[in-house]
Write a protein that binds this ligand. Structure first.
Ligand SMILES: NC(=O)c1ccc[n+]([C@@H]2O[C@H](COP(=O)([O-])OP(=O)(O)OC[C@H]3O[C@@H](n4cnc5c(N)ncnc54)[C@H](O)[C@@H]3O)[C@@H](O)[C@H]2O)c1
Ligand SMILES: O=C(O)[C@H](O)COP(=O)(O)O
Length: 525
């Protein structure tokens, strides 16, 4: 039974879903890094929010871990490259808290415009300072959105309804989408110069870190108000403090901070700053949504292989997963066979999906071919990091599909080009489930791949089979099955022998030295 650890505060719905689906679940929140590292090796899945830091050091100890699920959007607390390297799928729940966070942004904008937090404190203190709190309307003001994805778009819709004039900077916002939302797509400089209110809705990346720095702030309208419910670090806090003190920026509302938990911050205590402790996603509805989604996604992956909302792997639906399973095995074997017989550096791989398989989601199949292909050549390759490794090594990966597959319902052809040559291997599923190699280069064959195999390329001459059999039997190696194929009578031929024990190097040398043998290799699957 798979085991999952919930290490941040999640709605109890998550635990119920894991238990109902037959997954062992432990809830241990507030763990220190060394405490997490001490126990993480026991778990197949980890469910987190933003508090648990899933670092490379934690992943190193996570020897059984298959999936990390983030109940929320931002994944900056998870070392995705390290997870990818270790074959751990990282998933988030990209929509579950988007409305809630957009509503928090709007609430922060109103709070700033009408100084509600300060007025509230003053009124509670019995001061009745009616003349102190003069606000501004949102109506007809220019709202500049930096980032117009899920949350930015929802903020835009709400702001348009408030009759604000909404402009947005987002390099990935299409003109059609902007039109649909009723926002004007602009460049960052334009937004900075025109906006009365600016809200941020991007992840924190190398490009967005400090996107509102001293220079950007200096170019804003005097009296601008800034709202950040995305990530600390998008606004330079020291530059903001200076601009708030000078009055250039009239106010700022911040849910997120450069260092969190933010027990101290240079902006704390300023009258024109409204703060909340990273509450953007904190509504009962959003927490219910993300807990339910993350538990279902983690369970689906652990129980069926379905992949939803992964950041480092292609999606696989629950319906696709069982149909893909036998092809995954075949693809791994085709990749592994090709990888084991490849001796010079790889330049390109083409994977052709022919017949019924062409209608399936082939992205994960290609990832598995690459895993099989690269595993004999490199350490620690898995289907999650294999596409990345291929890219990093400039191996061109092509995928083609066609409905025609000659004599087979489905046929997968893997063609590999190295510095020296191009070779191809074809495979199919017999009876819809059993992987078989059906062609190696131009030679038809029908071979089941077994854990230990001998692969020989030879000239098709009488006596060859007997000689191989004799050499193997003299070495005490039992033959389980023998598969032959040849180009033409007397031409190039191949033989694949499934054997019950290891083929040692001296034995392989003996086979290679037999008459008419062109090449001999020991293979393992
Ligand atoms: N405060 C909270 O509790 C809370 C809750 C949820 C999400 N968030 C944060 O809000 C952010 C946005 O979430 P989302 O769901 O809208 O994500 P999203 O991926 O749907 O949208 C992000 C948008 O930012 C845009 N973008 C990326 N780089 C950019 C750049 N350099 N300049 C301009 N735009 C850029 C992208 O094109 C995308 O449209 C995330 O960082 C997330 O972590 C915070
Ligand atoms: O990225 C997110 O989803 C938000 O920052 C929410 O974070 P939280 O789950 O820690 O509240």
């Amino acid at each position: 039974m798979p085991k999952v650890l919930v290490s941040d505060k999640l709605s109890p719905t998550a635990v119920k879903i894991f238990s109902d689906r037959g997954i062992d679940v432990d809830v241990k929140t507030g763990l220190k890094p060394d405490e997490l590292m001490a126990i993480i090796g026991d778990y197949d899945g980890l469910a987190v929010r933003s508090e648990t830091k899933v670092t490379a050091a934690v992943l190193e100890k996570a020897t059984n871990l298959k999936v990390v699920g983030r109940a929320g959007i931002g994944v900056d607390n998870i070392d995705i490259p390290a997870a990818t390297q270790r074959g751990v799928v990282v998933m988030n729940t990209p929509y579950g808290n988007a409305i809630t966070t957009a509503e928090h942004t709007i609430a922060m904008m109103f709070s700033l415009a009408r100084q509600i937090p300060l007025a509230n404190a003053s009124t509670h203190a019995g001061k009745w300072e009616k003349n102190r709190f003069m606000g501004v309307e949102l109506f007809n003001k220019v709202l500049g959105l930096i980032g117009c994805g899920n949350i930015g778009s929802i903020v835009a819709e709400r702001a348009v309804a408030l009759r604000m004039r909404v402009i947005a900077f987002d390099p990935y916002l299409s003109p059609e989408r902007a039109l649909d939302l009723g926002v004007e797509k602009v460049e960052l400089d334009d937004l900075i110069a025109r906006a009365d209110f600016i809200t941020l809705h991007t992840p924190l990346t190398e490009k967005t870190r400090g996107i509102l720095n001293a220079d950007a702030i200096a170019r804003m309208k005097k009296g601008v108000r800034l709202i950040n419910c995305a990530r600390g670090g998008l606004i330079d806090e020291a530059a903001l403090k200076a601009a708030l003190e000078s009055g250039h920026v009239a106010g700022a509302a911040l849910d997120v901070f450069t260092a969190e938990p933010a027990k101290e911050n240079i902006l704390f205590g300023m009258d024109n700053v409204v703060c909340t402790p990273h509450l953007g996603a904190s509504t009962s509805e959003a927490q219910e949504n993300v807990a339910l989604q993350v538990a279902d996604q983690i369970s689906d992956y652990l129980l069926t292989g379905a992949v939803t909302n992964a950041l480092n792997m292609a999606a696989v639906t629950a319906e696709e997963a069982p149909r893909l399973r036998p092809y995954m095995k075949l693809c791994e074997q085709l990749g592994s066979f090709t990888g084991q017989i490849t001796e010079s550096s790889l330049k390109a791989v083409t994977i052709e999906y022919l017949g019924d398989v062409a209608h399936l989601n082939t992205k994960p199949l290609t990832a598995v071919v690459l895993q099989g292909l690269l595993s004999p050549l490199l350490e620690s390759v898995n289907m999650i990091n294999a596409p990345l490794i291929a890219r990093e090594r400039d191996i061109e990966v092509r995928e083609t599909k066609s409905e025609n597959s000659s004599n087979f319902h489905s046929l997968i052809r893997v063609q590999v080009t190295t510095e020296r040559q191009t070779r191809s291997v074809e495979g199919s599923l017999f009876g819809g489930a059993l992987p078989r190699l059906v062609r190696i280069n131009d030679i038809p064959v029908e071979a089941e791949l077994a854990p230990t195999m001998l692969y020989v390329v030879n000239e098709d001459k009488p006596g060859f089979i007997g000689r191989v059999g004799t050499v193997l039997s003299e070495a005490g190696v039992n033959i389980a099955s023998f598969h032959l194929g040849r180009e033409t009578v007397g031409g190039r031929a191949i033989c694949l022998v499934n054997v019950d024990t290891e083929i040692t190097a001296p034995l392989l040398e003996k086979v290679a030295a037999l008459p008419n043998v062109v090449m001999a290799k020991a293979l393992a699957f």
